[in-house]
Design a binder for this molecule. Structure first.
Ligand SMILES: [Zn+2]
Length: 329
């Protein structure tokens, strides 16, 4: 098996683990069917028939397999029914993604968190999660990522990130350590062809937040001095195996808000004009007194006003973290 195929196998296995867990709690037929297709693809990888059309025995174009690694019949040989089944797989993958989303709004330890998650197509490459502490004195971790890729392939990568951070966040001592380990595992599992930008925030009960950034758009902080981006960026996950990361510590007072977002916000275009960080910061400044849910709605509607009917070109996720009161640690 070539290295590329063995990386793909690892990704399918990771996606399978997530799906398997989901199927055990909710045995719905669409998830069971998707699980069967994952197993079939894994079997084809083992026997060397992966990527070969079952009907004409020709090679399926790599671009199709990249986006839809579960495909076993080329587009030319597909019946109407089989095309519909491809679409059905995508919808099932989208369902899996929705089930992985954290509950919101969420409040704990003097923090309030809310988010919006809007895929551009059927599935999203954006990843958002809130990892709860495994022990009484542990911290909450907020994760926002954006994986490169499309279709089922992107959703598999996203499942992989989900599983990775759920496993690593509670046991890794510092964020650079957490990101370094996640990068290493992600790199090994995906080859350098796939990468993800990601920001992770650790929330402490005393108002302290620790933030680390792997190539993700800079979060915006709104506090009594105004709105500013938090500078701190390293390489995206999955680009090189031994990337190192840094962390930033901030102390938020009641009323301060941190806004995290994917590039679907700032890199939205209307004709030849980009929305940009400046507009996002101005929208946050105007909404800074609002609770997370309303603040997000206000920022979102500023983007809509800017777009003025032009279609969005990317997945969009925004997360607002607001300090609501002080609690001594
Ligand atoms: Zn064919």
């Amino acid at each position: 098996m070539t290295p590329e195929l063995s990386y793909l196998r690892d990704r399918l296995i990771a996606g399978r683990a997530v799906l398997d867990e989901l199927t055990q709690s909710r045995p719905e037929s669409k998830f069971i069917e998707l699980l069967e297709k994952l197993d079939a693809a894994l079997n084809e990888l083992q026997t060397g028939t992966w990527g070969t059309c079952r009907v004409c025995h020709e090679q399926i174009p790599p671009a199709s397999m990249d986006e839809h690694p579960l495909m076993s019949i080329c587009l030319e040989c597909m019946s109407e029914e089989e095309r519909a089944s491809l679409e059905y797989d995508l919808r099932s993958a989208a369902e899996v993604q929705k089930r992985l989303l954290p509950d919101a709004p969420f409040s704990c330890d003097g923090w309030e968190v809310d988010y919006t998650w809007e895929p551009h197509g059927i599935v999203s490459g954006d990843h958002v999660d809130l990892v709860c502490p495994s022990s009484r004195n542990g911290s909450y971790h907020l994760v926002l990522g954006d994986v490169a890729g499309k279709g089922i392939a992107a959703s598999l990568l996203q499942s992989q990130l989900h599983a990775l951070f759920r496993a690593l966040a509670p046991v890794r001592s510092t964020l650079p350590d957490l990101l370094g380990r996640a990068n290493q595992l992600f790199f090994e599992a995906t080859a350098s062809c796939c990468f993800a930008t990601l920001a992770v925030v650790r929330l402490h009960p005393n108002g302290k937040v620790v933030l680390a950034n792997a190539g993700h758009p800079r979060p915006l902080l709104s506090d009594r001095w105004g709105v500013r981006p938090i500078e701190d960026a390293s390489l995206p996950l999955g680009m090189i195996g031994d990337a190192s990361y840094t962390e930033r510590e901030l102390s938020l007072e009641p009323g301060d808000t941190l806004l995290l977002y994917t590039d679907g916000l700032t890199e939205s275009w209307r004709h030849d004009d980009e929305y940009g960080v400046g507009r996002a910061a101005a929208a946050l400044r105007r909404a800074s007194g609002l609770p997370p849910h309303e603040l997000l709605a206000s920022c979102r509607s500023d983007l809509d006003d800017f777009l003025d009917g032009s279609p969005r070109g990317d997945d969009l996720t925004m997360v607002a973290v607001r300090r609501v009161m002080s609690i001594a640690e």
